[in-house]
Design a protein around this ligand. Structure first.
Ligand SMILES: NC(=O)c1ccc[n+]([C@@H]2O[C@H](COP(=O)([O-])OP(=O)(O)OC[C@H]3O[C@@H](n4cnc5c(N)ncnc54)[C@H](OP(=O)(O)O)[C@@H]3O)[C@@H](O)[C@H]2O)c1
Length: 287
């Protein structure tokens, strides 16, 4: 099967390419080869390549920087997916697009998790542009998968790498304990994408993070325990963290918990976040 991958140098893209390359012909493009904001170029490439699937791994992911850069974030996160959906529809290809928990306001009680049909209401520029991306995809084609994910880590800058570094340098760290979600290993999300394509599951929006929920604080404690790092972790509220660190940051959702029942009902297996972290650390710590 011929698959076009955009944003091929990104963290998720590396895992997607690794998972899909065995049985497929992959055409991998980074921004210098295909800028997804260039509608004509997108159309030309898609019509030339004629892929059966397009996996859009390109995005503007700098959540805090986006607050002052709506236009560029909107172009990449909303118009870009719109262009890909338009081109995919023209040749009958299926678009796989990645979205985020930030499309919700994060105010849901933490005893609950968000389902795909829950009301959206992003409170950050990044979240708004990603929601516009979902809308543009759905307006331009019926043949789409939108996989909403959260707290992604893999082969790129991410929370786990940052904590491994800080944990070795510092005696204690303050980590927020009032944001709830599921860390998601890029390899596991890539596997969900691969299985969704192979099983030809029904088109639509799916919530796709690793299983079970935690907080950044408990996640950090588990990273240090598994990596044998002796660093004290202090639980702090988001408010206190911002005060201590003297930072200005985009609002973080308190509740990023995404319910996976819809994707699980398709017979796709999703590992727990702890299992995923163990597999990731085996690779990271042996580099
Ligand atoms: N990371 C997370 O925690 C997280 C959480 C929830 C959802 N997501 C979503 O998951 C997806 C993958 O995220 P990721 O962490 O793998 O992102 P990433 O590492 O930041 O990769 C995004 C890639 O897109 C490329 N890109 C930017 N503008 C482009 C353009 N106009 N045309 C083509 N490529 C372009 C970037 O290239 P340059 O680096 O050269 O600009 C980069 O290689 C994104 O849709 C993101 O919104 C991520």
């Amino acid at each position: 099967m011929k698959i076009l991958i955009t944003g091929a140098n990104g963290m998720l893209a590396k895992s997607v390419i690794g998972k899909l390359k065995k049985y497929n012909e992959l055409i991998c493009t980074d921004v210098s080869e295909l800028d997804i904001t260039d509608r004509e170029e997108v159309l030309k490439t898609v019509e030339e390549v004629k892929p059966e699937y397009i996996v859009n791994c390109a995005a503007y992911t700098a959540v805090d920087k986006a607050e002052d850069n709506f236009e560029i974030a909107e172009k990449i996160n909303a118009d870009g997916p719109g262009n890909l959906a338009y081109a995919a529809n023209k040749i009958g290809a299926t678009l796989v697009h990645i979205s985020t928990d930030y499309v919700f306001d994060g105010e849901l009680d933490v005893s609950k998790s968000y389902v795909e049909t829950d009301n959206v209401g992003p409170v950050t520029v990044y979240g708004k542009t990603k929601l516009h991306g979902e809308e543009q995809v759905m307006q331009n084609t019926d043949k789409y998968y939108i996989f909403r994910t959260a707290w992604l880590y893999g082969d790129g800058n991410n929370f786990v790498r940052t904590m491994l570094k800080l944990g070795k340098e510092k005696e204690e760290l303050n980590v927020v304990s009032d944001q709830h979600g599921s860390p998601t290993y890029a390899e596991d999300l890539a596997n969900i994408i691969k299985e969704a394509i192979e099983k030809k599951i029904p088109f639509g929006i799916y919530h796709t993070t690793n299983q079970k929920f935690t907080t950044w604080y408990d996640f950090t404690k588990k990273i240090f325990e598994l990596a044998n790092i002796d660093c004290k972790v202090n639980p702090v509220s988001t408010e206190r963290y911002i005060e201590i660190m003297k930072i200005k940051q985009a609002k973080r959702p308190k509740n990023s918990q995404l319910c996976k029942n819809k994707i699980l009902a398709q017979g796709i297996n999703i590992p727990d976040w702890e299992d995923a972290l163990k597999r990731y650390l085996e690779i990271e710590l042996n580099k």
